[in-house]
Design a protein around this ligand. Sequence first.
Ligand code: 13P
Ligand code: SF4
Length: 402
Amino acid sequence: MTTQKTVIPITELEQSAFCQTEGNLRTKTLEEEFRAGVRWQKVPARYLKLSVAELDRGIAEARSALGGTTIVLGHHYQREDIIKYADFRGDSYKLSKMAAQTRDARVIVFCGVHFMAETADILAGSGQTVILPNMAAGCSMADMARTDDAEDCWADLASVLGGVAGEIIPVTYMNSTAAIKALCGRNGGLVCTSSNAAEAFKWAFARGKRILFLPDQHLGRNTGFKMGIPLDEMVLWSPFRPMGGLAPDQIRKAKVILWQGHCSVHTRFTVEQIRMAREQYPGVKVLVHPECTLDVIKAADLNGSTEFIAKTIGAAPPGSIWAIGTEINLVNRLAHEYPDRKIFCLDPIVCPCATMYRIHPAYLLWVLEGLMTGLVINRVHVSEPTRGQALLALERMLEVGG
Ligand code: 13P
Ligand code: SF4
C-alpha cells in the first residue's frame, strides 16, 4: 500500500492546447503545430517545414513503393489528413480484430495511440512489426492507471477479501497499458472495449462475486448501471489514498470497484449542453460515447463506441438532427460525409483528443520513408512475460465478442 501526491499527466495538461471555438482543425506544418508549446517526439529537421501538400505527395509515393507489405490502421479520432491514408478505420475493438486477422502485411503502422499499438503488437503474428508514428501519442486515461498502483490495489483487495479466487475478477478497458492487461490476464480477468463492456461484465460475474474495473470509472459505472447494479454497490478506488480511500466493509459489499480514472475529452460533455441542444433543435437525437459521465448517458438518447456512433449516423434518415458527444475529428467527418443530416458536436468549444492529434502527417511520412530504406522507426513491442499474460486477457475479450 502506498500514498502519493496527485500527478496530472502531461497529456491531460496539453488537452486544452488545441481547444478552439471556430472548429478549424486544418493541419499546419509540424513546425507551426509545435508553436502551441506541445511536447511531441522529435523528428529530423527536414520534416518540420514540409507543407501539407508536400507531405501528402511524400506519403502517397511511400505507400505505393511499399505496396501490400505495409498496412495503415486508423482510429476514428485521427485527423482527416491521416485517416485518408488508412487501409482500415474503426474503433478499438474492430482495429484489434483487424490486427489479429491481417497476416499478409509485414508491417502495421498504427495511427492511433500507444495502448492500441501495444494491443496490435500482442495480437499480431510473430513476423509482424507494429509502428506508432509518434511515440508521444499516449492516452491520458491509460496514464491514470500505473502498474505499481494497480498491483498495490490488487494486493490490498486480496487482503481484505481473504484471497481473490471466486471473490473478484479484474477487468480492464482496452485503454490501458499492456502491463495492466497482463495483471488481468494472470489473475483470471479480461480486457473489454466500449463495444463489449457488458459482455465482459457478464463473463466476469459468472466467475467471481465482484469486479475491479480499470481505468475508466465512467465506462465501468455506466456499464454496471445498464446491467441494473445499484449505484451504492459501485465504489470508487482512489490510487492516491491508502486502501483506495475505502473501508473494508465498503469493499466487501461492492459489486464493482471502479478505478478513479477518466477521459478528459469525454468528461467535458454536460447535461446542460444536452438541454441546450434539445431547446435549439426540437427533435434532435443525442448520441454520446460511454466514457461520458452517467448523468450525460442518462440524458442522451443513445450511447456506444465510436464504431457504433459512425454506424448509427450512417443508418440515420436524411433530415435527422444529431448532437454528438465524442471527439471532434469523428464528429466533423460524419458531418462532412452525411451533408443531408444535421450533425454537430454537443460541446461548442472544440477540443480534439490531444494525444490522437499527435499523429501528424509528418510523423507518418517519417516512419514510411524509414521503411523504404529498411529502417524500422518507432517499433512498439511488448516483451514476455507481459505479452503472454496480456494476450490471455485479450483472447478472453475476443471470445466474448462484441
Ligand atoms: P472506441 O473503442 O469507442 O473507439 O474508443 C476508444 C477511445 O479511446 C475513446 O476515447
Ligand atoms: Fe484516451 Fe480520451 Fe483520447 Fe480516448 S479520447 S484516446 S480515452 S484521452
